[in-house]
Design a protein. Structure first.
Length: 322
């Protein structure tokens, strides 16, 4: 999807680029606004006066916007997120202060779903471990790895059947033995089997793909009990939010082989990854790359810019969440 953008007169509207963004977006923002770059770990109470004049803030979803940074910017009117997830934004605080919040849904759905499927195959088929074995020369020396499983015929459980969850399910329909899902409530217009109890959902799945959004209600949803219900032959893939899985419980389950493997693109304390995972050949690790394609990052940036343009022009925002 392409969003046209025609910023109104680039009067010196001050905005904050909160944390690192993306070169294309940085350049476009600089053409239309007075941009103040603020580090994600900056002390909100120490911001200089010119930064406190900012009327908008743009950040990655992994940085978001806390109540403290909102309070430090008394003229703040809008937060533009360069992500679909907004669990790192204190949305209630934004609403109370009359600050609008936008995100970038839809434009990243396909790439995140593609990575989920790629991680599923990489985990089940031991692709990363086999690659390391070949590069180390072990294959040439006659070392043989244990046989892996297969994806075809597996019961694939989608945790969270939203836009991304549906896109993952559609990709896997031709090979899955069954696709089932768990969410807070049944989803209309789908033939996939709904399992209301999370433990029953885990027991019924060979693989769980975490596609649910984050936030307080989803924090630690995949806990030790759910991992035990998944069982020693089960695998888990997470491409959504690290906070959805109890990371300590996951590391323990993998170390003790209470589950068979994991494909992880997101973590609880990014960019820090539990070091115990590094030595595990039954784990595939990615540095939060779900939307990291040239095409999608540009589309995300264009949507951020289109929302800012609508805000400046007094038109309805394209993708508001608050």
């Amino acid at each position: 999807m392409t969003y046209s953008r025609a910023m109104t007169d680039p009067v010196a509207i001050p905005i904050v680029a909160f944390g690192p963004l993306y070169p294309y977006l940085d350049e476009a923002l600089a053409r239309s606004f007075v941009v103040h770059a603020v580090a994600a770990d900056a002390d909100p109470d120490a911001l200089p006066p010119e930064v406190r004049e900012a009327r908008a803030l743009v950040s990655f979803g992994s940085v978001g916007a806390s109540a403290a940074i909102m309070d430090a910017l008394p003229k703040l009117e809008m937060i533009g997120l360069f992500s679909v997830g907004y669990d790192k934004v204190d949305v209630d605080h934004a609403r109370a202060k009359g600050i609008r919040v936008t995100n970038t849904p839809d434009v990243l759905t396909d790439d995140v779903a593609d990575l989920a499927v790629g991680l599923l195959y990489a985990t089940v088929r031991h692709i990363a471990a086999n690659d390391r074995m070949v590069r180390a020369g072990d294959w040439a020396r006659g070392v043989k790895l244990a046989l892996c499983g297969r994806v075809t015929g597996k019961r694939i459980g989608i945790l969270g059947l939203g836009r991304i969850g549906r896109a993952i399910a559609r990709r896997l329909e031709p090979v899955a033995g069954e696709i089932l899902y768990h969410s807070r409530r049944p989803v209309a217009d789908t033939a996939y089997r709904y399992v209301a109890d999370p433990l029953d959902f885990a027991r019924a799945s060979d693989v769980i793909i975490v596609a649910t959004s984050g936030g307080p209600e989803a924090k630690g949803l995949v806990d030790a009990a759910m991992l035990d219900a998944l069982g020693p032959e089960g695998m888990i893939v997470n491409i959504r939010r690290g906070s959805v899985i109890d990371e300590d419980a996951l590391v323990a389950a993998l170390a003790e082989k209470r589950i068979a493997g994991a494909g992880l693109d997101v973590f609880a304390n990014e960019p820090h990854v539990p070091e115990a995972l590094f030595a595990m050949d039954h784990v595939v690790l990615q540095p939060h790359q779900g939307s990291a394609t040239v095409e999608t990052r540009k589309a995300m940036a264009d949507l951020v810019l289109a929302n800012l343009d609508a805000w400046v022009s007094g038109r309805p925002l394209l993708t508001p969440v608050a």
